[in-house]
Design a protein around this ligand. Structure first.
Ligand code: G1P
Length: 289
């Protein structure tokens, strides 16, 4: 389980879901992911020990991993056959209800957690919603890409979704990020997918098929996303969250300034040739990267 500063990535996704009012969490896990179950299990021994030693703050952290009113259910995906297949693995537990999908690799920092933003729209529109953001066309191979008609503030009525198109074939530059609210009708479209043996079952393909039967909206969320599935995104998330962590920000910030100074100075020297206006932005970029 990959941590960002002091919590595993999956914990951030759980906290986002719980903050949006979700009380039943289904984890679709696979080979080598038993640690997730252990992480969300009640730690009687640790809790007793912390209580005995009077470590109230730590005890609160441990007890907050899974709030008492939240139920966790674990389902195993027998083979890594893609996101669509993973969602299908949870069908029996979900039943005939709308549900949310969160991909923990997409860590999104937002004043109002993104799932809460989406559920607010869901309460209004009562249809499936997919979170999107503006991407660079050259990165289209990493995303589901959607097109649609502007419908409301930040909301598009989706007309097409394509999974990981080549830049030249991408129908737009609106990329899907790992947050979905889906009507249960999606299961019919998932079951009808016929990928070649061992190929992935794409959730995007099922959504494209569902578009013929029911409305799906794309929602341009407000927040800052880190793609922790990539090395760069993971590093950026770690630095960003560390710089906002109350116990770490001062010491880490001081270390980072010192560590990044040679890089920033180099960038400033380069930028001097190009003029002063560019210096500030290039130096800032160099520190972040
Ligand atoms: C999945 C989805 C893709 C989406 C992406 C967001 O891809 O298939 O449509 O844009 O998540 O992170 P993955 O990154 O799992 O390959």
């Amino acid at each position: 389980m990959l941590p960002v500063v002091d919590k595993p990535l999956i914990q951030y996704a759980v906290e986002e879901a719980v903050a949006a009012g979700v009380t039943e969490l289904i984890f679709v896990t696979g080979r080598g992911k038993r640690a997730i179950e252990d992480h969300f299990d009640k730690s009687y021994e640790i809790e007793r020990e912390l209580q005995a030693r009077g470590k109230a703050a730590l005890l609160e952290t441990v007890q907050g991993i899974k709030p008492a009113h939240v139920e966790c259910i674990f389902v195993r995906q027998p083979e890594p056959l893609g996101l669509g297949h993973a969602v299908l693995c949870a069908q029996k537990i979900i039943g005939d209800e709308p549900f949310a999908v969160l991909l923990a690799d997409d860590l999104i920092d937002a004043d109002t957690p993104v799932l809460a933003q989406m559920l607010e729209r869901f309460d209004h529109y009562h249809c499936s919603l997919v979170a999107v953001e503006d991407i660079e066309r050259k990165h289209s191979r990493s995303y589901g890409v959607v097109t649609g008609r502007p419908w409301d503030e930040h909301v598009f009525r989706m007309s097409r979704i394509v999974e990981k198109p080549e830049p030249d074939d991408a129908p737009s530059t609106l990329g899907v990020v790992g947050r979905y609210v889906l009507m249960p009708g999606i299961f019919d479209h998932l079951r009808a997918l016929r990928p070649a043996p061992r190929e992935e079952w794409q959730l995007s393909d099922a959504i494209q098929s569902m578009l013929a039967a029911e409305q799906v909206l794309a929602y341009r969320y407000t927040g800052c996303r880190f793609d922790c599935g990539s090395k760069l995104g993971y590093l950026q998330a770690t630095v960003d969250y560390a710089l906002r962590h109350p116990e770490l920000r001062d010491a880490f910030g001081a270390w980072l300034r010192e560590r990044a100074a040679p890089v920033a100075n180099l960038a400033a020297v380069d930028a001097d040739d190009a003029g002063t206006a560019a210096t500030a932005s290039i130096a800032q970029t160099a520190v972040v990267e």
